[in-house]
Design a protein around this ligand. Structure first.
Ligand code: RIB
Ligand code: CA
Length: 306
C-alpha cells in the first residue's frame, strides 16, 4: 500500500490530540511534518502539548513552530473548552524538544512540500494562519500540494460566533486566502463535527484498549467540547476520517467564501450550495456524516494506536 504523505497543522487541543494519534498509527498515512499554530491556547502551550503527545506516543515526527497570533486580530483562544494549558486531564511525559526543527513552520512546510516526490496533502485542524502565510510567501508550493483537507467552517451555525466556526473565525483573513487559493479543498466543518460524537460507552471501551485509549478517556473527562455523558465532539478527527473513510460522508461541491466585514457575521464561511453567487465551486464540503460509521471508525483506529 502506498502511504499518503501529509502535513498536519494543529493547535492541540484535546480533539487535535486524538486526530493526530489516529493519523500517526494509520498505515495509510505518512505524516511528514507537524506544524503548530496559536488557536485553542497560546503557541507555547500548543507546541509543548504537541511535543508531549509525540513523546507519549513514541513517534519521532519533526515539529515546526508557526504563527503566534492571527494575521490581523489578537488571539481569542478556546481555553474554556480545552483547559488553561490546552490538554488537561492526563499526566503526559515531558515535551520531546529534540523533535523541534530549527525552522519556522512556513519554511519547513515549503521544504517538505518541494522536496516530496509525491504531492502532499495539507491537513489543517486549527486556525489557517500558517497555511495562509505559506501560500502567500511561497506560491510555488501549490504545484506539489494534492489538496487541503481541513477541519473548519460551517454551512450553518457557528461555535465561536452565531454563524462562525472557531478555526475560521479565529483568523478570517487567513481562511479567505486559503479558500481563494485555487488548491482543491475538502471542508469538514461543524455540519459533520457536531455529529462526530463519542459516547460514554465508547470512552469505556477505549479505557480498556491501551495507552492511547486511557489517555483519551482521561482527556475526555476534562474536554468541554460537548458532554462526556451525552456525546463529545471529535471535530478534528473529521478531517482524518475523510482521508481514511470518505464513504462515511455526504459531500457537496460548492463555492465557499469567508465573510470579513459583516458586523455580526465576520468569520463565517458562506457555502453557496445553490450557486446564487455564480462562482465556480472551490471546495468539496462535508454536509453530513453517518454518526454510527464514525463511532465504529473512531474506535477501530484508536485501537490501532499504542
Ligand atoms: O471548531 C472546532 C475547532 O476549533 C477544532 O479544531 C478544535 O480543536 C478547535 O481548534
Ligand atoms: Ca484544532
Amino acid at each position: 500500500m502506498t502511504k499518503r504523505p501529509i502535513i498536519i497543522d494543529t493547535d492541540p487541543g484535546i480533539d487535535d490530540a486524538l486526530a493526530i494519534a489516529i493519523a500517526l498509527f494509520a498505515e495509510e498515512l505518512d505524516v511528514k511534518l507537524i506544524t503548530t499554530v496559536a488557536g485553542n491556547v497560546c503557541l507555547e502551550h500548543v507546541t509543548n502539548n504537541m511535543l508531549k503527545l509525540l513523546n507519549f506516543l513514541g513517534k519521532d515526527i519533526p515539529v515546526a513552530v508557526g504563527a503566534g497570533k492571527p494575521l490581523i486580530e489578537e488571539l481569542v483562544d478556546a481555553s474554556n473548552v480545552h483547559g488553561a494549558t490546552g490538554m488537561e486531564g492526563f499526566d503526559f511525559p515531558e515535551p520531546k524538544t529534540e523533535l523541534l526543527v530549527d525552522e519556522h513552520a512556513v519554511t519547513a512546510m515549503r521544504r517538505v512540500i518541494m522536496e516530496s516526490d509525491e504531492p502532499i496533502t495539507l491537513v489543517p485542524i486549527a486556525p489557517l494562519t500558517n497555511i495562509a502565510l505559506l501560500l502567500s510567501m511561497y506560491p510555488e508550493v501549490k504545484q506539489n500540494i494534492k489538496e487541503i483537507v481541513m477541519m473548519g467552517g460551517s454551512a450553518g451555525r457557528g461555535n465561536k460566533g452565531v454563524m462562525s466556526e472557531f478555526n475560521v473565525a479565529t483568523d478570517p483573513e487567513a481562511a479567505k486566502i486559503v479558500f481563494d487559493s485555487g488548491i482543491p479543498i475538502v471542508m469538514a466543518g461543524l455540519d459533520v463535527g457536531w455529529k462526530a460524537l463519542v459516547y460514554p460507552e465508547d470512552s469505556e471501551k477505549m479505557l480498556k484498549m491501551g495507552k492511547t485509549g486511557e489517555m483519551a478517556y482521561c482527556l475526555f473527562k476534562k474536554y468541554r467540547g460537548g458532554s462526556f455523558n451525552t456525546g463529545l465532539k471529535m471535530y478534528d478527527s473529521c478531517a482524518i476520517a475523510y482521508l481514511l473513510c470518505p464513504e462515511m460522508y455526504t459531500m457537496e461541491e460548492a463555492f465557499v467564501d469567508v465573510e470579513l466585514s459583516g458586523s455580526m457575521t465576520r468569520g463565517c464561511t458562506v457555502v453557496d450550495l445553490k450557486n446564487y453567487l455564480h462562482q465556480t465551486p472551490n471546495a468539496k464540503v462535508c454536509m453530513d456524516i453517518d454518526g454510527e460509521k464514525f463511532r465504529a471508525w473512531f474506535l477501530e483506529y484508536v485501537g490501532k494506536c499504542i
